[in-house]
Design a protein around this ligand. Structure first.
Ligand code: AMP
Length: 212
């Protein structure tokens, strides 16, 4: 199967669809997870970016690229790039890196979602350190026991940036940056648009058809 780049507004379902692909043997590279890991470990980078990420603003392009590059060099294909690239400059850095690494066997999937639906998904989202994700606003996504993970039993947490204020910055930033990125991938015939308002299973089927 081909590798995939997910470009989508916040809370469009990149994480959930990535977990489904991980079950098929994909390596998941999430820019947001890599940055949150730096913050949790209180590295020099983590300390410098904590406030930026909590406010929903973008971290410096070259810093994020360095993390993505190191990860890409260390993993098995096929991979999922989730949340990268997010600016046209990152897109060009990635293009250069793909050239150097001889990577061309990939597709780009845009998960299309309305602002209202994405906001609801973000505000209801609870996550576990094991990677599982839940949503208190959807009956089929609630944990069996309030506040605890079905898979490992640990306490669930809410992301620091899943509040209305930070969400609106993240959504606005996304909209401001996405057009040239989509045009770039459309021009090289890599872009696919999938309706993220469909059920999770329908979206997964559509993604599989694209990546086969
Ligand atoms: P996410 O988990 O994809 O929602 O990302 C969480 C936050 O991490 C974003 O709101 C940004 O602050 C930061 N971030 C994630 N990916 C990038 C990126 N490609 N470029 C810059 N900042 C990013």
């Amino acid at each position: 199967m081909k590798s995939v780049i997910f470009i989508a507004p916040p809370a469009a379902g990149k994480g959930s669809q990535s977990s489904k692909l991980e079950d098929l043997g994909y390596t998941h590279i999430s820019a947001g997870d890599l940055l949150r890991e730096e913050i949790a470990n209180e590295t020099t980078l983590g300390v410098a970016i904590k406030k930026i990420v909590a406010e929903g603003k973008l971290v410096n392009d070259d810093m994020v690229h360095e993390l993505i590059k190191n990860k890409l060099l260390s993993i098995k294909k096929p991979f999922i790039l989730d949340g990268y690239p997010r600016t046209i400059y990152q897109t060009h850095l990635l293009e250069q890196l793909f050239k150097e690494m001889n990577i061309n066997d990939y597709e780009v999937i845009y998960l299309d979602i309305t602002l209202e639906e994405a906001l609801k998904r973000a505000l209801g989202r609870l996550t576990c350190s094991c990677g599982a994700s839940y949503n208190i606003y959807y009956d089929n996504m609630k944990p069996l026991k309030d506040g605890y993970c079905d898979k490992c039993g640990k306490e669930l947490t809410k992301r620091a940036d899943d509040n209305e204020e930070s969400f609106s910055v993240r959504f606005k930033t996304f909209k401001e940056n996405i057009q040239p990125i989509m045009e770039y991938y459309k021009n090289i015939n890599k872009l696919h648009i999938v309706d993220a308002m469909l059920s999770s299973e329908e979206i997964a089927d559509r993604i599989k058809e694209i990546l086969i």
